[in-house]
Design a binder for this molecule. Structure first.
Ligand SMILES: [Zn+2]
Length: 293
């Protein structure tokens, strides 16, 4: 998003052409409405990239959609697993699996390329923007420590599930959830409402640190993530647990493990991130019912 924000605002769209459209909600509206309009701004909301669209004659000042929903349209894009957006000069050959080309009036082109097409694209009228945004949870880089503790501390859900639930916190995916839990020394299957305040505070801090560091290193290129200039990210070299099962923990040398929590692969150190204590009522030996051990 930061790369696109540097190059797109102010540029007008001349034409939109689609290849495959099974990941696009309303391709017809996009090809019909966008030509002759101008890109006002680019912002991020959770995992979505939001491209604000304005009329060329418009004198509306360009403001991020996070603070205003007054633009006529927002082009909403989710990159899914393998999506990428690149800005190229006209005539540059499109990569294989490029399914949308936005031809810009100044000769540039914005390409959407996606091998697996798990991404999503839709054109949202300004009038529907607030409703769309209201379905998303809080921004992990904006939520305050107390608010985070109140939100998580009141939920009977596993930490991994909560971190990935986009209606609670938006923007954290599998990699950054695992890395955050490792830094906070919390097992992914721990129940949020059972944590102590200092553990919740540690998790809030860890999520922020991981995201800020990942952004600084331009993201994680696991298989085929590239940024808007076609460069790979570098954060994958700094992963401490994600996809490192079988390797020693960087902190304590215990062999890292992987298990499924909330339906997703979760990577953790069994020693630094102890598993939640199991309820043992059925397995208690008879004599243990009478004392508190
Ligand atoms: Zn460890």
């Amino acid at each position: 998003m930061r790369g696109l924000r540097l190059s797109l605002p102010g540029r007008a769209i001349a034409e939109v052409r689609f290849g495959k459209t099974d990941f696009v909600d309303n391709p017809g509206e996009i090809t019909e409405q966008l030509p002759g309009m101008r890109i006002a701004n680019v912002a991020r909301m959770g995992k979505f990239i939001c491209v604000g669209i304005e009329a060329i004659a418009s004198t509306t000042p360009s403001v991020p959609p996070a603070v205003a929903s007054s633009l006529p349209f927002y082009l909403i894009i989710h990159l899914g697993m393998t999506g990428r957006l690149t800005v190229v000069r006209s005539g540059e050959p499109a990569l294989p699996h490029t399914h949308v080309v936005f031809f810009l009036q100044d000769g540039g082109e914005l390409h959407y390329t996606d091998i697996r097409r798990f991404g999503r694209m839709l054109l949202l009228p300004g009038s529907k923007f607030a409703e769309f945004k209201s379905q998303l949870g809080k921004e992990p880089l904006e939520i305050g420590a107390q608010e985070f503790c109140d939100d998580f501390g009141s939920r009977h859900a596993r930490l991994k599930a909560l971190l990935l639930d986009q209606s609670v916190l938006c923007g954290v995916g599998n990699i950054y959830a695992d890395e955050s839990l490792f830094r906070a020394r919390l097992h992914p299957a721990r129940i949020a409402e059972k944590l102590k305040k200092e553990q919740l505070l540690a998790l809030h801090k860890a999520v922020r640190q991981v995201l800020e560091e990942a952004i600084r290193f331009r993201g994680s290129s696991i298989s085929d993530y590239f940024d808007s200039e076609g460069k790979r990210g570098d954060f994958q070299q700094r992963h401490r647990v994600y996809q490192r099962e079988g390797k020693p923990c960087v902190r304590c040398k215990t062999i890292l493990r992987r298990m499924i929590v909330a339906g997703r692969s979760s990577h953790f150190c069994p020693s630094c991130q102890p598993a939640p204590r199991r309820r043992t009522k059925k397995r208690l030996k008879p004599q243990m019912n009478t004392d508190k051990h």
